[in-house]
Design a protein around this ligand. Structure first.
Ligand code: LLP
Length: 424
């Protein structure tokens, strides 16, 4: 029996070979080498379309969070569907524009926007800055005045809500660096509304990532609507509400709500509280691309031991840091399952750190040379990779039915130090 794969239906076993869409993954490993990231175009499209249908008929902007996976082909697939983008740097804006994304569907989040990034984004004509502090508001106002433009802004509120997720990816609590403190928001809105170069569009929040319940979202939206109501009493009328991203995916046995259920619960809440006229902005990242990608890696050595058996593979923490960084559990399955007896392995990479592990205590039937697929690797995987240990980063392939497009070639070692030099 082939192993279960809690991922998109675009990854499935056919004749005991794991496929992405209509392409066998062992063939891809031979053709492009390993480690290799593989993405399914149709899985990305289906995930985006779930948001689009749930929001159909409402004024809405679905801004894919570029940080989750910023490969140009991923951005291109989404731009063709009419997506907007949530960016956190000038680099991400450049990627969106290079991929044919529409600047006027871009929202710019993040606590540390530099003056140069603000100027570039203003000139590009982005939809909105998600402002996270008083000083940032002043900086955007000054830059807009200099350019003789008006900057559209929305304040990112810190609603002090516990999203009940991993502490490293929880962002809506008071002690997180993100967002304007709830108690300071009204005062900051008054300042923003009085500035001639600022067009205050709305309020928003992003309370965390890998959230698996609807309740924290509803709590957050209620707190934001309380602020919107208070502003109406002061004749400050807002036009949009940004609900952030954060919806979790299934890596193992999590049961996150369906996009349709989350969105309808949120829309119902907005309607019940008289906010039907607001443009709804969402910023999903992981739930669009997470289960649309796998990382393929080859077993180099099996190293049995008294207390542990290790399977040493050619991917490492530099390629995929989520296990080391967040203790993340990611499913590991053989691309061509064997009928040997299974043993329990830790799957580790060649990097010289004890934290260089990809999975622990997995029962697998392995031989050196086997190809493993690490599931759920479409989000925060290649995007967080590095060159630690002078390791060139993997190639990336996008599957579109029977076609495999190489959308990023494997780095060469020479490229890694091409911009460095020895002393004269
Ligand atoms: N909007 C803002 C302002 C964000 O900071 C983020 C993610 C998102 C949207 C998208 O959230 P998503 O829908 O992907 O949950 N590296 C971590 C996740 C960090 C998330 C950071 N912010 C991981 O691998 O789990």
């Amino acid at each position: 029996m082939s192993p279960a794969l809690p991922a998109s239906e675009e990854f499935s076993y056919r004749n005991h070979r794991l496929h992405c869409e209509d392409v066998a993954l062992d063939e891809l490993a031979t053709r492009f080498g390993t480690p290799l990231y593989v993405y399914s175009r149709h899985a990305i499209e289906a995930a985006y379309n779930a948001y689009a249908s749930a929001l159909d008929g409402r004024p809405a902007l679905i801004c894919y969070a570029v940080k989750a996976n910023s490969n140009l082909a991923v951005l291109d697939v989404l731009a063709r569907l009419g997506a907007g983008f949530d960016i956190v740097s000038g680099g991400e804006l450049a990627r969106v524009l290079a991929a044919g994304g529409d600047a006027n569907k871009v929202v710019f989040s993040g606590v540390g926007k530099s003056e140069a990034e603000i100027v570039t984004a203003l000139k590009a004509g982005i939809a909105c800055f998600n402002v996270e502090s008083n000083s940032e508001l002043d900086r955007i106002d000054a830059a807009a005045q200099k350019l003789n433009l008006r900057a559209r802004v929305s304040l990112r509120v810190n609603p002090d809500i516990d999203a009940r997720t991993h502490p490293h990816i929880s962002t809506g609590l008071k002690n997180n660096k993100f967002g304007v403190a709830y108690a300071d928001t009204l005062a900051l809105c008054r300042r923003a509304a009085a500035k001639p170069a600022i067009d205050l569009l709305g309020l928003g929040c992003h309370i965390g990532s890998q959230i698996t319940e609807i309740a924290p979202y509803i709590e957050a939206v209620d707190r934001i609507i309380d602020l919107i109501d208070a502003l109406v009493r002061e004749k400050i009328e807002l036009r949009h509400i940004d609900l952030g991203g954060g919806l979790g995916i299934r890596y193992r046995d999590e049961l996150p709500p369906l996009v349709s259920d989350l969105v309808s619960a949120l829309l119902a809440r907005l309607d019940a509280r008289g906010q039907r006229d607001k443009t709804v902005v969402v910023e999903p990242g992981r739930s669009i691309v997470g289960n649309a990608g796998v990382l393929l890696t080859r077993v180099e050595y099996l190293k049995p031991g008294d207390s542990k058996n290790f399977a040493i593979v050619d991917a490492a923490m530099n390629d995929l840091i989520r296990p080391a960084m967040y203790d993340a559990w990611m499913n590991v399955v053989p691309v061509v399952p064997r009928s040997l007896e299974r043993r329990v392995y830790d799957i580790v990479g060649p990097v010289c750190e004890s934290a260089d592990w990809l999975a622990r205590d997995r029962a697998l039937a392995l031989e050196p040379g086997d190809i493993l697929a690490i599931a759920g690797a479409g989000a925060y995987s290649m995007a967080m990779s590095s060159n630690y240990n002078a390791r060139p980063r993997p190639a990336e392939v996008m599957i579109d039915r029977t076609h495999a497009h190489c959308v990023r070639s494997r780095e060469t070692v020479e490229e890694l130090f091409a911009t460095e030099s020895c002393l004269p």
